[in-house]
Structure formats: structure tokens, C-alpha cells
Ligand binder design. Structure first.
Ligand SMILES: [Zn+2]
Length: 108
């Protein structure tokens, strides 16, 4: 799992878990709302409360990035293993958990 800064998401970091969209993830109830947030990606939101649930990147069509804090039980997700895109963090945000802080997105 990675911690990704989302400047327009209202939080300096968001915990994501990348899984296969074909066999590791499915919705058991409801259908999310989609928003095309860039020329290469979409974000999906709860249509009732607007919480972001996941993101998909056209450059990685077999993956889905899930915001683990929106899972029914976030404790079932593995804890973060790295931080990415740290150049986008506000200067006042300190990363003090000892995990690697990558500028940009490393090859995963
Ligand atoms: Zn909701």
C-alpha cells in the first residue's frame, strides 16, 4: 500500500491499495459515480456521501487503486509501505513514519 498526496482531495495523504481489477476487487452493493479527473484517469465516488472510493489509470488498465479507509473493515488492508509523489505534499506536512518518501511515482 502507498500513501499518495491528493491536493484536491481535502487531505494531504490518502492510503491506497493497488489490486487487480479483474479478480481481486468487486462491489458487493451499489454503483460508484465516475469522474474523469485527468486525461489518463478516473476517480470513483460514493453517490450518497461523495467519499472517494477508488481511482483507475488508463496506463494501468488491469489495476484499481482503492482508498483503504473506505473499505468496510480498513484493518483488513495491509499498512502503508511507502509514500509517493511527495513533491506534492504541503511544506507543513511531516512524514515521520520511517517509510520511503518517493518524489514522483516509482515503478511498482
Ligand atoms: Zn458513502
Amino acid at each position: 500500500m502507498i500513501q499518495l498526496p491528493i491536493p484536491d482531495g481535502g487531505s494531504p495523504t490518502v492510503p491506497y491499495l493497488c489490486v487487480s481489477s479483474t479478480n481481486e476487487f468487486r462491489y458487493t452493493k451499489g454503483t460508484p459515480s465516475a469522474y474523469r479527473s485527468s486525461d489518463h484517469g478516473e476517480r470513483y465516488f460514493c453517490p450518497k456521501c461523495s467519499s472517494q472510493i477508488e481511482a483507475r489509470d488508463d496506463r494501468r488498465p488491469d489495476d484499481v487503486d482503492i482508498l483503504t479507509v473506505t473499505l468496510d473493515d480498513p484493518n483488513l488492508a495491509a499498512p502503508p509501505t511507502m509514500h509517493v509523489c511527495c513533491e506534492r505534499l504541503p511544506q507543513w506536512h511531516r512524514v515521520e513514519d520511517g517509510l520511503m518518501c518517493h518524489q514522483g511515482m516509482p515503478e511498482l
